[in-house]
Design a protein around this ligand. Structure first.
Ligand code: SF4
Length: 49
């Protein structure tokens, strides 16, 4: 498997979906556009933790 880094958003779905546990995703940053939505701000903050 190969990943095009420019498209990967580090969601971790591939790691959760792999039946052999062969994939590890380590999120080092969250890139997003600024938002005033408290729901999105909460979701982004949850990703950072
Ligand atoms: S972390 Fe998410 S976006 Fe990145 S390769 Fe896995 S499923 Fe795709």
């Amino acid at each position: 498997m190969s990943v095009k880094k420019e498209y990967c958003i580090s969601c971790g779905a591939c790691a959760k979906g792999c039946p052999n546990g062969a994939i590890t995703v380590t999120r080092t940053a969250v890139n997003c556009t600024p938002t005033k939505s408290e729901t999105w701000i909460d979701a982004i903050n949850a990703l950072k933790n």
